[in-house]
Design a protein around this ligand. Structure first.
Ligand code: ATP
Ligand code: MG
Length: 245
């Protein structure tokens, strides 16, 4: 890939209560690619994402978004980011539309039509004027996705994006992520502990364990040595020496 990375993580470490949750993490995510952080529960996926978006204080190393360091130029760096981390950040006493409107006002220059277009893309048009407290988990995820995409970010960060979605929602989310990367050149960072999901969504995969990036794989270059496992399963088992997720 020739273009400059949208996201650059360099030698980032983080210790919480004497536990090293991120250990010398370095990785790049380029425009138009979907990069997956794959690792078991507690591997450090959410911790890494929280550092990128400034929800957790960077202790060591640096993170740049569009060349802006989050340490010295956080406002500029974060203006390029759309994210959902663990649970979407929503006001449950407001309607879906009011949530999106509130977010749109913070970013300026986002029209009613654009808000409704986003609601339509995530399949919430019929319920967009209902209060969020009446939404199901999957509907909140959908609204979170609309909110994350409202300002057309060049870096989209999704922590377990299909958590709580029904099969149709999972498929739509997957298609949507691929389309954003392909058509809008968005750089996407997703985390998951689901091998099958990561394999379908991602171009490259970073395998994380105990806060360390063990290996980065190019999904299209993988081939399976056994019939019963997918290529990524095969590679994953070799890299983690049999520690199945
Ligand atoms: N606020 C905190 N206080 C103490 N330990 C924490 C805190 N946040 C995370 N950790 C620890 O950091 C490690 C990584 O957790 P993290 O949530 O990043 O994992 P994850 O890869 O996102 O896992 P999952 O698949 O379960 O979401 C775990 O050992 C966890 O206990
Ligand atoms: Mg997590």
């Amino acid at each position: 890939m020739q273009s400059a990375p949208i996201l650059q993580i360099r030698n980032v470490s983080k210790t919480i209560q004497n536990r090293k949750v991120i250990d010398q993490l370095s990785l790049d995510v380029f425009p138009g690619e979907v990069f997956g952080l794959l690792g078991p529960n507690g591997a450090g996926k959410t911790s890494a994402i929280r550092l990128i978006v400034g929800l957790s204080l960077l202790q060591q190393g640096d993170i740049k978004i569009h060349g802006h360091s989050i340490k010295s130029d956080f406002t500029k760096a974060i203006s390029h980011v759309g994210a959902i981390i663990e649970q979407p950040d929503l006001y449950s006493y407001l309607t879906g539309y009011q949530n999106l409107l509130h977010f749109a006002r913070m970013h300026g220059n986002i029209s009613h039509d654009h808000i409704m277009e986003m609601a339509d893309i995530v399949g919430l048009t019929n319920r967009i004027h209902d209060v969020v407290s009446s939404y199901s988990l999957g509907m909140r995820q959908r609204l979170g996705m609309a909110q994350a995409l409202l300002h057309s970010p060049s870096l989209l960060i999704l922590d377990e994006p299909t958590n709580g979605l029904d099969p149709a929602g999972i498929r739509e989310t997957r298609d949507h992520i691929r389309k954003l990367a392909l058509e809008d050149n968005t750089a996407v960072l997703v985390s998951s502990h689901l091998l099958s999901e990561i394999e379908l969504i991602c171009d490259r995969v970073g395998i994380v364990q105990n806060g360390k990036l063990l290996h980065t794989l190019n999904v299209s270059e993988l081939s399976s040595s056994s019939g019963s496992k997918t290529p990524l399963e095969d590679a994953f088992l070799q890299i983690t020496k049999g520690n199945v997720i």
